[in-house]
Design a protein around this ligand. Structure first.
Ligand code: ZN
Length: 243
């Protein structure tokens, strides 16, 4: 089975469509595993939810998904994120709200665990260093854990309880094998690793082989929709820079 692993779509429909088309061209997929923050920041929250639901889908919730339905208070968000969260909340229909409300924090799909932030703190903690990686390795009951939230792609291997971060190089196949791994596929709708191209992964589950890919999309089209929706300029500009 091939799983298309998406995180942080952030209501960017053009980025999502480009990723879906690219994944189809690379041999397709049987299911989508979505690591949260499907909405927030971008101009098409409802359409992005509806689009991923057209496929066989396993999804977990993210902090922006929770904020959009009032499950968490957006007061911890920075000013632009707060404005976007309030705007997003007003865009969703009942079915889309129900979908977000029903999302779990953690989902186990052997041999993977899916979570937005970390297993220590599923929607808050950014897993980006050895200390936070150790915290999640200690709680992992499967061999591999998929995370998002930081929008920064990486592979992290548990080497004798000492997390070792390695580059999740684009277009390279990684055999996960018998090691324990934490994996971030990067962000679809708002990449933050100084590369504006959406980032995603495809995993061959049986063979435990994973690859990360990037694709070009129509950034200006997404930005035009954001301008029309009067979303904050900072959120519009950052898409150009992958920040
Ligand atoms: Zn996010």
């Amino acid at each position: 089975m091939r799983a298309l692993i998406l995180s942080d779509i952030h209501a960017n429909l053009e980025a999502l469509e480009a990723v879906l088309a690219d994944a189809q061209a690379r041999g397709g997929f049987d299911t989508i595993w979505c690591l949260g923050d499907t909405v927030g920041y971008g101009p098409d929250p409802g359409a992005c939810i509806d689009r991923i639901r057209e496929f066989d889908l396993v999804a977990v919730t993210g902090n922006h998904d929770c904020a959009a339905i009032g499950l968490i208070d957006a007061s911890d968000f920075n000013e632009t994120a707060k404005i976007a969260a309030t705007w997003t909340a007003g865009q969703l229909d009942d079915g889309q709200r129900e979908f977000l409300t029903a999302l779990p924090m953690v989902s186990v799909q052997e041999p993977f665990t899916l979570v937005h932030g970390s297993l220590r703190d599923p929607i808050v903690e950014y897993l980006l260093d050895r200390q936070s990686a150790s915290g999640t390795f200690a709680l992992m009951e499967t061999s591999y854990c998929l995370v998002g939230h930081s929008h920064i792609p990486f592979l992290c291997r548990d080497v004798e309880e000492d997390p070792d971060f390695i580059d999740f190089t684009e277009d390279e196949k990684f055999v996960l094998g018998d090691d324990r791994w934490i994996i971030n596929p990067g962000g679809v709708g708002q990449p933050r690793d100084r590369d504006s191209r959406p980032s995603y992964a495809i995993c061959d589950i049986e063979n435990k082989v994973i690859g990360r890919h990037r694709v070009i999309y129509d950034i200006a089209k997404t930005q035009g929709k954001m301008r029309a929706a009067s979303l904050p300029g900072h959120l519009i500009d950052r898409l150009d820079h992958g920040l």
